[in-house]
Design a protein around this ligand. Structure first.
Ligand SMILES: C[S@@+](CC[C@H](N)C(=O)[O-])C[C@H]1O[C@@H](n2cnc3c(N)ncnc32)[C@H](O)[C@@H]1O
Length: 231
């Protein structure tokens, strides 16, 4: 049923579009309904390309930053464990699903695209976790512990949100490969990890270098850091 709904959404812009269950190479522990590239036997026609560009189904791809942040959260669950987490610009929901799998108390996925929220719901079910949905940042719950966001700064209108996220929660976990300089010194770079959007969109190499930042409280030490501290 979920799969049928997602196929219907895709077919609004690409008549031969369909989803398939996929494990993105950058975070194979999570299964997702994503665009099935097998349907593209030939190049997109002009009309198909125009329709896809006019209304991109972001949720049907898993972006490099989402894979990297999800994998990092699964490796370092203390950043979210027991916390109320909101994932902004959730798309497929990979980061929200990772937070739930890592033991967050409550996870809310926020996306302006109603089809993305359906994808998050389907993908949470696929991975056996529960994720709440929110269609507008303005309607978010007020008692958040952590905001996560992966690959949302491509839209210049979202860049002022870096400060807004910090005001909304004591901790922000951000992954981005688009902006070399964030311009907000409260965000501390943790690591840089290579990944590719899945299915692969053959983006410029520079967009495959994902930087993870943390702003705010940093008591959720990484597993590696915790081991060092115990030595
Ligand atoms: C490039 S996709 C990234 C999806 C996912 N985080 C990932 O890394 O795979 C960006 C997503 O952010 C959502 N988005 C963009 N601006 C938004 C806004 N102002 N409020 C909520 N969602 C937004 C889009 O609808 C899209 O699903």
């Amino acid at each position: 049923m979920s799969e049928d709904c997602l196929n219907q959404h895709l077919r609004k812009t690409l008549a031969r579009g369909r989803v398939a269950v996929t494990r993105p190479a950058g975070c194979e522990r999570i299964a997702l309904y994503l665009f099935d590239p097998a349907v593209l036997e030939g190049p997109l026609s002009h009309d198909e390309a125009q329709a896809v560009v006019a209304e991109p189904a972001y949720w049907s791809f898993c972006w490099a930053s989402g894979q990297v942040l999800a994998n990092w959260i699964l490796d370092n669950p203390l950043w979210v464990k027991g916390k109320r987490v909101l994932d902004f610009g959730s798309g497929s929901g990979i980061v929200a699903v990772a937070a739930a799998m890592a033991g967050a108390r409550d996870v809310i996925a926020c996306d302006i695209d109603p089809a993305a929220l359906e994808a998050v719901h389907a993908n949470a079910e696929l991975n056996g976790v529960s994720v709440g949905l929110c269609s507008d940042w303005a309607d978010r719950p007020r008692d958040l512990d952590v905001v996560t966001a992966a690959d949302v700064l491509y839209d210049p209108d979202n860049r002022p949100l870096l400060q807004v996220f910090r005001q909304a929660a004591p901790r922000v976990l951000l992954a981005d490969s688009r902006m070399k300089v964030l311009g907000d010194h409260a965000y501390c770079k943790q690591t840089v990890i290579e990944a590719r959007t899945w299915p692969d969109l053959n983006e410029f190499e520079e967009f495959n270098q994902v930087r993870i930042y943390v702003a705010g409280t940093t008591s959720g030490e990484t597993e590696a850091g915790k081991k060092d501290w115990k030595k």
